[in-house]
Design a protein around this ligand. Structure first.
Ligand code: GLC
Length: 713
């Protein structure tokens, strides 16, 4: 298709229509009879609706085919619709939530998740997924932390890149590949107070060194679209922020793909106070470099008038429309408007055993063992009680799993019994007082009690922020009861956001399982019984108290750092809580025991144009084989800007047989030593660095390294 020629044929209304994205019901229902509210409110007519360029969400292949057919019957130039949807951690085979996937510290699992998602979603006729969510997050009060890859920019970038590669595989014209739309650009996760949609106020330095790294990694991996966020940056909504959409995205990052708003976020520029009305919002959007408008009607209702009044140029409109047509061409829609959609294939491959097996593999590596004083693995020679809101539930898919079906999942009860674990009592209760006297008597006779606890799926995700991040109060009573009865207890913790777990630490073991998706309880049973050795590690700091937030491992030292044991009170600390998290970034236990020693640098001095090697010996001192993630951190002691006390710059997840010892090596190059200035440009400054390697951000061996600028010859 010659899209330049096609563009020239389009009327101005037809061009503007290509920038409109609507939900499928607009095309299917009888506009006058069935679709009122939204259509009337948006000032949409049938003509405007059938000039739209793309669709938000679709239920299945049959619906996609019906919408595309009906649309093309009315389309003058036969320009097919693009179908976009939120395939965040699986389509019908649901994978662990992204925060859990990142806790696997195995980027290949992110690729596998995206690969299966693309195969299933494309069979339903979906061409674009609004994923990965690359928002860096430091505040568990924000419900959407569940959708991202945590607090570290390096790990966020690694996982974001793999998701994009898994969706696109370098060629979105192929049937089983879908285009990736990375989101939410930018720094949506920095909402003040952790309150969703709230103000974001971060410096350019923080933007470039922390918050933008994930989106940039997605763009560098070839993501075809990027979605603007609801929040302001520098006081200007991201959706009309010219610095973000043109200076950074186009000029600095050379991005040639599409920008798309979040749901209704162009119209929301008006309540933000940056436009008097939708007309001004439309003008600012196009000038800022915004292409597609999702679910609001500023462009479709006002761009024609703005162009005719010379308030925006037709060239800006053509630039945006050309990007939409280019994506349709790249996907192959002009050749086949029904690309990928197949009712037969959809029924054959969705939730296939192969896909479910892959989902289980991801789940097995995503859970994090936070505590274990020896009560795990479970024993087939003991009797356990299984108590709590998740004892028999199947609701393990978590937020953003629209197409998944919780009812098809397994329960923890059935999967433990399948493995021969004796459950003398199983009760899905929210409070210990719901147990009858007989049941409480049975409970007391158990050798240990497994508490399946946590928040429910509706307590995290979009628009679900909380100020209280302890586990639900009634659930604390379970732990208190076990303590009073001197009963061993094991907590299996289902959740989206990190919790303040300080009030349940009297338990003997905690297995943190997030929402692990379609095969959650299959995997949890394998982990609890020791069939599989837990290997996950946290990618967000778990606070001791919500008052510590924002709390993250890569903090700046300040001029008055708190030094443990130093009694000087004029330092940066709290009167009523420690500075450190309850469980730190990079922390996670195993049934194995790993010891680190013999940290060695190939050189203690290097020039920036050189590369050195750091090595460490890791020894599995146990009888149990298991994975261990070895983490590399770096500190730059002195620079023109204050640098964090440590930054993750590498990690390797490696299998260790019982009693196996390995020497693990990392390469240190200049890109591990540099930082970005306020314009996003790389800066290298000579000086003293620390190279640190260990099992967690707070368990590291350390050596100093002097770095020098190469001598110019
Ligand atoms: C929502 C979310 C965004 C999602 C979009 C389309 O409001 O913010 O993540 O992709 O709308 O559903």
């Amino acid at each position: 298709m010659d899209i330049i020629k096609l563009l020239k044929k389009l009327t101005i209304e037809e061009k503007i229509g290509q920038l409109l994205q609507l939900s499928p019901f607009h095309f299917i229902k009888d506009i006058e009879v069935e679709v009122f509210g939204n259509v009337k409110e948006l000032g949409l007519t049938e003509k405007k609706i059938f000039s739209a360029g793309s669709v938000l969400g679709i239920h299945n292949a049959a619906e996609m085919i019906a919408v595309q057919e009906k649309y093309l019957r009315k389309s003058t130039h036969q320009i097919p619709l693009i179908f976009m949807a939120d395939v965040i951690h699986g389509y019908e085979t649901i994978f662990p939530v992204p925060l859990a996937i990142s806790s696997s510290w195995n980027p290949k699992l992110a690729f596998d998740t995206a690969r299966v998602s693309a195969i299933e979603a494309s069979s339903a006729g979906i061409h674009v997924t609004f994923s990965p969510m690359a928002d860096l997050t430091r505040d568990p009060r924000w419900g959407r932390v569940v959708e991202g890859f945590g607090e570290d920019p390096y790990l966020n970038a690694v996982f974001t890149k793999e998701m994009v590669k898994g969706y696109q595989q370098g060629d979105i014209s192929k049937d089983e590949n879908i285009a990736s739309c990375v989101k939410h650009f930018a720094a949506y996760g920095a909402a003040e107070g952790g309150r969703d949609y709230n103000t974001v106020d971060v410096s350019r330095l923080s933007l470039h060194n922390y918050y933008l790294k994930g989106y940039k990694a997605a763009i560098d991996a070839g993501a075809k679209l990027i979605m603007t966020s609801f929040n302001v940056i520098d006081g200007i909504p991201a959706t009309i922020n010219k610095h973000l959409l043109r200076d950074v995205l186009r000029d600095l990052w050379k991005f040639e793909g599409l920008t798309i708003t979040d749901y209704d976020s162009l119209h929301q520029v008006v309540p933000h106070g940056n436009a008097e009305n939708d007309r001004e919002a439309a003008q600012k959007g196009l000038i800022a470099g915004l292409d597609i408008e999702m679910a609001s009607s500023c462009y479709i209702n006002y761009l024609k008038m703005l162009i005719e009044n010379n308030e925006v140029s037709i060239e800006l409109l053509d630039e945006a429309v050309l990007r939409v047509l280019k994506l349709k061409e790249e996907i192959g829609l002009f050749e086949n408007p029904y690309k990928g959609a197949s009712v037969e294939k959809e029924s054959r491959i969705i939730r296939s055993n192969k896909h479910l097996e892959i989902s289980k593999n991801v789940a097995l590596e995503s859970a994090v063992l936070l505590k274990n004083d020896g009560v795990l693995p479970l024993s087939k020679n003991k009797k356990y009680a299984l108590i709590g809101p998740y004892a028999e539930t199947k609701n393990t898919n978590g937020p953003w799993s629209w197409h998944g079906k919780n009812e098809l999942n397994h329960t923890l009860k059935e999967k433990l019994e399948e493995q021969g674990i004796i459950l003398s009592l199983v009760r899905e209760v929210n409070h210990i007082n719901e147990l009858s006297n007989e049941e409480q008597a049975l409970l007391k006779k158990a050798d240990a009690v497994i508490f399946a606890l946590g928040e429910n799926e509706r307590e995290s995700g979009e628009a679900h922020s909380k100020v209280d991040i302890k586990i639900p109060r009634n659930q604390e009573k379970f732990i208190e009861f076990a303590k009073e009865q001197n009963l061993d207890s094991i907590i299996v913790l289902y959740h989206g956001r990190p919790f303040d777990l300080s009030n349940i630490l009297s338990t003997n073991a905690i297995l943190d399982v997030y929402y692990l998706g379609s095969m959650a309880n299959d995997a949890i049973a394998d982990l609890l019984t020791g069939l599989i050795n837990p290997s996950g590690k946290l990618t967000m700091s778990y606070p001791r108290h919500v008052g510590q937030i924002p709390i993250y491992y890569n903090y700046l030292n300040t001029g008055r750092p708190k030094v443990e044991g130093d009694r000087n009170e004029y330092v940066s600390y709290y009167l009523d809580e420690l500075n450190t998290p309850l469980f730190p970034f990079g922390y996670g236990l195993s049934y194995s025991k790993f010891r680190y020693d013999n940290l060695v640098l190939s050189k203690n001095e290097m020039y920036f144009n050189e590369e050195i090697t750091v090595s460490v010996d890791v020894h599995n001192e146990s009888e149990i084989g298991g994975f261990e993630t070895i983490e590399l951190y770096i500190r730059d002691y002195v620079a023109s800007i204050s640098r964090p006390v440590k930054e993750l710059k590498g990690f390797q997840k490696i299998w260790f047989a019982p009693h196996q010892r390995r020497t693990v090596e990392f390469k240190i190059k200049k890109d591990s030593l540099s930082y970005l200035n306020a314009e996003g440009l790389e800066i290298l400054e000579p000086g003293r660095f620390s190279i640190m390697v260990g099992s967690s951000s707070d368990h590291l061996l350390c050596l100093d390294l002097i770095c020098k600028k190469e001598v110019s010859l």
